[in-house]
Each structure stands twice: as structure tokens, then as C-alpha cells.
Write a protein that binds this ligand. Structure first.
Ligand code: UGA
Length: 435
């Protein structure tokens, strides 16, 4: 199959490289010439484990190419994927679809022969209908079908998620489009991945409902963690105790500083808007959004409490800044709430992140970025684990104790065991576990 992938962001680049690896011929198209130029030099615009090797080998074998001008790729494609950004629109939280519609217009002008137009971007219910209308209006003669095919990739694990997904969802009622999509994903038959065909609107909603449910699950355990602290219970054991029930499942029950990233905050907000507009509000998700926003802000208070309530003149070391490990993504990271709140209360903040500092430096004023975790800890009054990068799981605790002014650790990811930390002489604070 020949594939054109419009947009070389996170989703487009990973999906394009993986489809090429499946054996298809893929061209990834992006208007940003410097990005395409860097991709030609195998420089990835994002940090994703394994992506550079996957891109390099498929480029070498002639299955993957990059282009600024999509004309040739779109003209010859069996399937054109729209994988452009859908940021939250300022003011109302709706997804901004201007890039999606611009891509639809471009495709309309360039496509030739039966073409399947696929939305990979997360788009609100009904967007497929609008894309169809746009294309039909510009090219009344065109032979095409618009399909919804949401992605369920996690940053940091995206290649594995693409190649070994729990399921693939394809929203279309068009038989020819269905055959093209089945062929594109045929390699997944080997590991018996269910490919679920649904109506287009249903598929669009599945994506939002999945992310909203996961966000709600995290928020649930975060609230239970607070309750654990109040009543002297251990949230990790509660999570295990409920998660072993198959109906609940053990994943996404890790309590922390609140969810962040490019998807959950944006998608929950967009779903809330869609539901309100449709006259069928989703109260659980509205509440989830509000609890999570408040939680991220409240994390600075935990640091203050650990230091006796006063932050003026104190130095705080933040270990980790990205919204989760194995990514350089800073979007909606809890650190973006925590660091400014600490500074506003008079603290000096020293921070280290293995991949996120370049991005963080653009977003965080007044933070001192250091070369390594131990530099961040030197002379600090407290160590705060913001993100559970592997390198923070094996820190030299004796060295930390010598570097810190006082042995205080606030572990917002429950990386360490309270009893171990106590035995080593730390005043250790974590999430939802007895002190
Ligand atoms: C999420 C979904 O997991 C993917 O299935 C989906 O495709 C993607 O959004 C998307 O819509 O594109 P991602 O944002 O990369 O993926 O990251 P997650 O691993 O889901 O983590 C999101 C946030 O939740 C992070 O801040 C993480 O720290 C937090 N989290 C996750 C918890 O606090 N506890 C958990 O148990 C799990």
C-alpha cells in the first residue's frame, strides 16, 4: 500500500515509520522545511526510544521518505492520513481543527483515484463528516472515503504500542475503505490484534472516551491516595487490592501529582465541551478535570509542609520536569504548576531532567537548570521527585544526604519505600502512604 502521512509530529512520525516497517511505502509530509531537513539527516524532532533507528532503517530500505511538498505522495496514495495537531482552542477548550481542515483542503486538491482519507489526529465527534463535506465541495468528482482511525500510543512506548496494540479501531461504513484499512494493518493479524470496525462517529468517540476513562481512573486513585493519608492506609496496596479484580484492572492506578501530557488534559476538556454542546453533559469528566487541575497546583503545598510551612529562603531540587519519563514533552506537566508556585512562595528552584530541560527552559522562568541530578541537589533543603525517570530510582542516597542541607525528600511518584528511606535517616514524604 502507498501511504501519505500529513504531519510529522508525534503521531504522524511514529505511525509513518511503523507503517513503513510493516512493508508499506510511506511519505511523511510536513510544511516545516527545517523539520523535514533534519529528518533527512535522521535527527528526530521528538525524543522517543527506538524511533531514530526505525526511521533510519526504513529510509535505507526505500520504504520511508520525507517531503515538504505533498503533491506526489497524495496523488499516488491509497490512504492519506491526517496526523496534524489539534491543540485546545484558547478560551473555550474546544479542539482547534484549523490544521485538520487545511489538510483536508490540500488532500482534496491533490488526490487522484480512489483515496481513503484517514483521521489519525484526535478529532471531536463529527469531524469526519465535516472533512467529507470540505472535500466533496472542492472536488465534486472525487472518489474517496473518510475514515476515523484513532491512535492509542503512549509517549515513550509508542512503537511497541503501534506494533502490539490491544486493538485497532476503524470507523467507516465504506467497504472499499475497510479493505484498504484491513490491508494496512494486516501484519497485526500475526499477533491476533482485534481490528474493530465501527461507524465513524463511534470511532471518534471511542478515542475520547478511552482517554477520559483513563484520566478518571488516575484521578480516582489520586483521591483515594489523599484519603489513605488521612486515615493511615497505603494507596499502593489499595491499588493492588482493587486492581487484581479483572473488572477493574491494575493499570493506571498509580497515584501521583496529577496527570499531564499532550493528551489527557486536552482531550478531557474537549470531550466535556462536546458533551455540553450536545446537551448531554459528562459530569464525571468535568469533575475529573477540576480535581486534576487543583491537584497539580496543590503539590507545591506538600513541599512547603515538608519544610515546615515556610519556603522563603529555601532551595528546592526538582528531579524530573517532563509529564512522565522517556519523553522530552513538557505539555501540561505538573512541574509547570509546581515550580512557579514554589518560586512565588520565595523558594529557589534547582532542577534537572534527562530530556526535558531544553523545552522546560522556554516555559519556566527563574528555575536554575543543572547538569545532573546531584548538581540540582547540592545545597538544597529538599529533594522533590517530580517524574519517575529510571535514573532517579537508583540514586546514591548517602551522597544525596551529604549534598542536601537537610535530609528531606518529597517523592511525588512513590519511587522509594518509606521504610527504607526512614532507615537511611531521611524525612520522607510520598503520595498516599503512611509516613
Ligand atoms: C495517553 C494514553 O495513555 C494513550 O493511550 C493515548 O494514545 C495518548 O494519551 C494520546 O491520546 O495520544 P500519554 O499522554 O503518552 O498517553 O501518557 P500516559 O502514559 O497515558 O500518561 C499520562 C499522564 O498520566 C502522565 O502524566 C502520567 O504520569 C499520568 N499517570 C499515568 C499517572 O499519574 N498514573 C498512572 O497510573 C498512569
Amino acid at each position: 500500500m502507498r501511504v501519505a502521512m500529513i504531519g510529522t509530529g508525534y503521531v504522524g512520525l511514529v505511525s509513518g515509520a511503523c507503517f513503513a516497517d510493516f512493508g508499506h511505502t510511506v511519505t511523511c509530509v510536513d510544511k516545516d522545511a527545517s523539520k523535514i531537513e533534519r529528518l533527512h539527516q535522521n535527527i528526530m524532532p521528538i525524543y522517543e526510544p527506538g524511533l531514530d533507528d526505525l526511521v533510519a532503517s526504513n529510509v535505507r530500505d526505500g520504504r520511508l521518505a520525507f517531503a515538504v511538498d505533498g503533491a506526489e505522495a497524495i496523488r499516488t496514495a491509497d490512504a492519506v492520513f491526517i496526523a496534524v495537531g489539534t491543540p485546545s482552542r484558547r478560551g473555550d477548550g474546544h479542539a482547534d481543527l484549523s490544521y485538520v481542515y487545511a489538510a483536508a483542503e490540500e488532500i482534496a486538491d491533490l488526490m487522484d483515484g480512489f483515496t481513503v482519507v484517514v483521521t489519525k489526529s484526535t478529532v471531536p465527534v463529527g469531524t469526519g463528516d465535516e472533512i467529507e463535506r470540505i472535500i466533496r465541495q472542492r472536488r465534486p468528482d472525487a472518489d474517496f472515503a473518510v475514515v476515523s482511525n484513532p491512535e492509542f500510543l503512549r509517549e515513550g512506548a509508542a512503537i511497541g504500542d503501534f506494533k502490539r496494540p490491544d486493538r485497532v479501531v476503524v470507523g467507516t461504513n465504506d467497504e472499499r475503505a475497510r479493505a484498504v484499512m484491513a490491508e494496512l494493518y494486516r501484519p497485526l493479524n500475526l499477533n491476533e490484534t482485534p481490528i474493530m470496525f465501527t461507524g465513524r462517529r463511534t470511532s471518534e468517540l471511542i478515542k475520547y472516551a478511552a482517554n477520559a476513562f483513563l484520566a478518571m481512573k488516575i484521578t480516582f486513585i489520586n483521591e483515594v491516595a489523599d484519603l489513605c493519608e488521612a486515615v493511615g492506609a497505603d494507596v499502593q496496596q489499595v491499588a493492588r487490592g482493587i486492581g487484581l479484580d479483572n473488572r477493574i484492572g491494575s493499570k493506571f492506578l498509580h497515584a501521583g501529582p496529577g496527570y499531564g501530557g499532550s493528551c489527557f488534559p486536552k482531550d478531557t476538556l474537549a470531550l466535556v465541551r462536546t458533551a455540553t454542546d450536545a446537551g448531554s453533559p459528562l459530569k464525571l469528566i468535568e469533575t475529573t478535570v477540576a480535581i486534576n487541575d487543583a491537584r497539580k497546583k496543590a503539590m507545591a503545598d506538600r513541599v512547603a509542609e515538608a519544610l515546615g510551612g515556610e519556603l522563603k529562603g529555601k532551595t528546592v531540587a526538582l528531579l524530573g520536569l517532563t509529564f512522565k519519563p522517556n519523553t522530552d514533552d513538557m505539555r501540561d506537566a505538573p512541574s509547570l504548576d509546581v515550580a512557579p508556585a514554589l518560586i512565588a512562595r520565595g523558594a529557589r528552584v534547582q532542577a534537572f531532567d534527562p530530556e526535558g530541560m531544553e523545552e522546560a527552559a522556554k516555559l519556566l522562568d527563574g528555575v536554575v537548570f543543572t547538569d545532573g541530578p546531584y548538581d540540582a541537589l547540592a545545597g538544597a533543603d529538599a529533594a522533590v521527585i517530580m517524574t519517575e525517570w529510571n535514573q532517579f530510582r537508583a540514586l546514591d542516597l548517602d551522597r544525596i544526604k551529604l549534598l542536601l542541607k537537610q535530609p528531606v525528600m518529597v517523592d511525588l511518584r512513590n519511587v522509594y519505600r518509606p521504610e527504607d528511606m526512614r532507615a537511611r535517616g531521611f524525612r520522607y514524604f510520598s503520595i498516599g502512604r503512611p509516613l
